[in-house]
Design a protein around this ligand. Sequence first.
Ligand code: URP
Ligand code: ZN
Ligand code: ZN
Ligand code: ZN
Length: 549
Amino acid sequence: ANLFQFCEAGFEYGESACGISASSSKILIKGGTVVNAHREQVADVYVEDGIIVAVKPNIKVADDVTVLDATGKFVMPGGIDPHTHLAFDFMSTQTIDDFFSGQAAALAGGTTMHIDFVIPVNGSLTAGFEAYVKKAKKSCTDYGFHMAITKWDEVVSNEMEIMVKEKGINSFKFFLAYKGALMINDELLLEGFKKCKSLGALAMVHAENGDAVYEGQKRMIELGITGPEGHALSRPALVEGEATSRAIRLAGFVNTPLYVVHVMSIDAVEEIARARKTGQRVIGEPIAAGLALDESRIWDPDFVTAAKQESALLSFFVFVLFLPSNDFQPFQPDDLSYFRYVMSPPIRASGHDKALQAALSTGVLQDTLTFLQLVGTDHCSFNSTQKALGIDDFRKIPNGVNGIEERMHLVWDIMVEAGQISVTDYVRITSTECARIFNIYPRKGAILPGSDADIIIFNPNSSLEITAKSHHSRSDTNVYEGRKGKGKVEVTIAGGRIVWENDELKVVPGSGKYVEMQPFSYLFNGIEKLDAKYLSSLKAPVKRSKSTA
Ligand code: URP
Ligand code: ZN
Ligand code: ZN
Ligand code: ZN
């Protein structure tokens, strides 16, 4: 931990000033079980200059090679977090983790790449991109960018093309929530979907109905509910379900693939499942917090009872007609610790978490199809001082939770240790599928000759307790505080360098590389055939009406 502090202070001077020399550029990982999404095998892995050179049993090497013994352990591709917000200016403040602290935390938790959301500056994608290039200069792990689209005109449309063709961005996020800030309307969403399709870029949505959220917030304030519990109550699952359904159907109408970020509810999963069963290309991304947390673990017991009564009376009319306002016992949090859980869409009642887990699993639950394909975090960390901006009004609590360091451990514990998925599935949902969707496979997401040497050594027999005291985020709180789990990332190798070993980080600011992502991932295969089918289905009735005339 000391080493990490020291490096952070000295990051402008690069690695020599920190007294850290890059670990050997030649590494042999011996005797582990090498896991890829498609198979697992006992093998050695030999790495040279940041690239995996060989994966096979009994590799012999000279003595200038660093040898790591992985006997009895899993050797897996480093995690790729598809959804983070580092150095994000949001809700009158900036996230506490920047590209250095956030990425250092990622590496300590076995994640070796993440994809962050570039936010345009006054609607300008070019200015937004420039700003994020600057923010990311201190990177110590590889990263890519998605880009948000917050307004629409010819300039934005042209900039999208530049981003895809020249800047290595192949995905754009549309916010259906955050009215008055990031939210866009359906007209813009359709324009955006069409543009994404023509560029081979993946459209992503934050699916909550922002107008309904605005209405829900007003309702809570009128009822005198200003505390953090008002956040979840103002944006129930139906608001997420509606927007998910709308986005999926509009993407289907345009015939372009869709990626739904931070899926938090049964309502949203059902919409994704329905679409996937019809063959529509929809990807659903649950986040670690949605899998690991539920309201009952968050709120004061008195509040949970109140919340249950309310959700039984969720319909607006029932709510207003039958719930006299003097029956309300507004929850008064006695300390700020509740604020840390505020994110959008909100962490939901128990049951939603189980449904999200089931939708991720295959095999073990025989009758369950995979309706969700990969796990992100939406790491968007604020400390308790920042969260206190909303002390008098939940609408001002900066939205976001941590997770970039915890994701790999949580998914292991909840999904693999609990018997819901296999180890190969684990690699698929934490790394490989993300690499495929964003078109960087097999450079990333695989332990194969030629792949980047982003590797973790995972000990399934070890264990871990999550706490803000030992985590590497700059936040003073952790939404998983005190959680214990089986399994531990013992070594992280990023770009061929050992960056995490013996609970010590050796990270070098500036060593992380920007990973350009090409358009037209596998999700676009055969899209034009579906277009042709659609066109011919239009012509048929035209012909018939002529012949009958
Ligand atoms: O509460 C959240 N999710 N904060 C990050 C911004 C976003 O909507 O992803
Ligand atoms: Zn350093
Ligand atoms: Zn979002
Ligand atoms: Zn997000």
